[in-house]
Design a protein. Structure first.
Lengths: 74, 344
């Protein structure tokens, strides 16, 4: 049961992080195309926001790893 | 001819696929703990340091019921009469509990290696700049040039852009130390026999705790006002906002710690799993399948290694950047004219 929960959870985490980072990538590429001289600032902001999303996604992934390994009473 | 080859190939694949499965299933029934590779054992902390060809035992320092015990290694602790081995872990004799385990572990050793390298790097470079090389003349040699590039990057792109102008110089040493130190710790895991110290939640938690303390210590009046008495909102909203802001103080370093930890751990697990596929295939389908798998797994691991080297530097950058952002958010002082407009 824990393994099933971990698999489903990891899938949902990947979906969420994929949507979030995809939207960041989309909008930053669009804005770089619109204003190429601002690409350095945009890249910095992109990495920062992607890191914030990644943090949440990885917390989910860690929970899934704990579930899969049966640590923490699972 | 081609068609015959293809048929032979498909037949071989099918045989490889189906014949050993039945064999493997009754083999797995025989020994239940027949996992060909121990993934978790590769990433957890050890009480010994792996070097080429040997294991160096590390000292055990433990506090048991108010009494300190010092041993040179786990074996000498286990052979003494106050400790015993149980399921591979050291437990005190009798029904006593270990109050505090201050043992030197492999991850701690690699933290020290990283910090020693950082200290050596910065002190040797500082001596050079004191002598005038790089101040009166141009930087000499590729090493000093590289150092200067990294330092200017941390100072200008990380500290200056995120921390208010009159305060940022104070934080550059911390940010630079964290950046270089985490980079070294991340990259040590790529060496043979090496361990990634940052793939341990305690190491990253300590690093994040440093950032937390520095952030709160340098928090301006506005920072604390935002935490406890959010300006420009109706009074009853503060009942909700103040707890949220207080929780927010702690979630920032928590996310910082988990991000670095999970990135390093997942990279490591991925490499071990893909290399482990060779042994899993050899275990399940025979040695030929293992050899065939290695043709696929080894190039993939090489690619992952390059990716992991990149991720190691990127995560050090992100840790430093977010530390700078958090410090900058706390140290910022708002002008009075923007206060009403910005938060209304």
């Amino acid at each position: 049961m824990g393994l099933l929960a971990a698999g489903i959870g990891a899938g949902i985490v990947a979906v969420g992080a994929g949507i979030g980072i995809g939207m960041i990538g989309k909008s930053s590429v669009e804005s770089i195309a619109r204003q190429p001289e601002a690409s350095d600032d945009i890249r910095g902001a992109m990495i920062l926001t992607a890191a914030l999303i990644e943090g949440v996604a990885l917390i989910g992934a860690i929970v899934c790893i704990l579930l899969a390994l049966g640590i923490g009473g699972g | 001819m081609l068609r015959a080859c293809r048929r032979l190939f498909v037949t071989l694949l099918l045989i490889l696929f189906f014949a050993p499965i039945t064999h493997a299933s009754d083999k797995a029934a025989q020994d239940s703990e027949g996992a060909p590779i121990d993934v978790v054992g590769k990433v957890v902390d050890h009480h010994e340091l792996a070097v080429p060809g040997a294991y160096i035992p590390l000292p055990r320092i433990m506090l048991v019921d108010g009494e300190w015990f010092f041993y040179g290694s786990t074996e000498s602790a286990a052979s003494s009469d106050s400790f015993a081995m149980q399921n591979g872990t050291l437990v005190p004799a009798g029904d006593a509990q270990i109050t505090l385990d201050m043992s030197i572990t492999s991850h701690l050793m690699y933290v020290w290696f990283g910090l020693i390298l950082t200290v050596w790097l910065t002190i040797s470079m500082a001596r050079r700049y004191k002598k005038g090389v790089g101040r009166k003349t141009e930087p000499q040699g590729w090493f000093q040039n590289l150092f200067e590039i990294v330092f200017i990057f941390v100072r200008d792109d990380i500290a200056k852009t995120n921390i208010p102008d009159n305060k940022y110089t104070k934080f550059v040493p911390y940010l630079f130390t964290v950046f270089v130190g985490i980079t070294f710790m991340n990259l040590f895991g790529l060496l043979p026999w090496g361990a990634t110290a940052t793939a341990d939640i305690t190491v990253t938690a300590v690093l994040a705790a440093f950032t937390f303390v520095i952030t709160q210590w340098n928090g301006s009046k506005d920072h604390w006002e935002h935490v406890f008495w959010f300006p420009g909102v109706p009074g009853w909203m503060r009942i909700i906002l103040t707890p949220i802001e207080i929780i927010g103080l702690f979630t920032k370093p928590f996310a910082l710690a988990v991000r670095l930890f999970a990135n390093m751990l997942s990279g490591k697990i991925m490499i071990i799993c893909i290399l482990g596929l060779i042994f899993i295939f050899a275990d399940l389908f025979g040695n030929i399948a293992g050899v065939g798998m290695s043709l696929f797994a080894v190039p993939l691991t090489v690619a992952l290694y390059v990716l992991k080297a990149f991720v190691g530097i990127l995560q050090a950058y992100i840790f430093t950047l977010l530390s700078a952002v958090f410090i900058g958010m706390a140290a910022e002082e708002h002008g009075h004219e923007e206060e009403v407009g910005a938060h209304a």
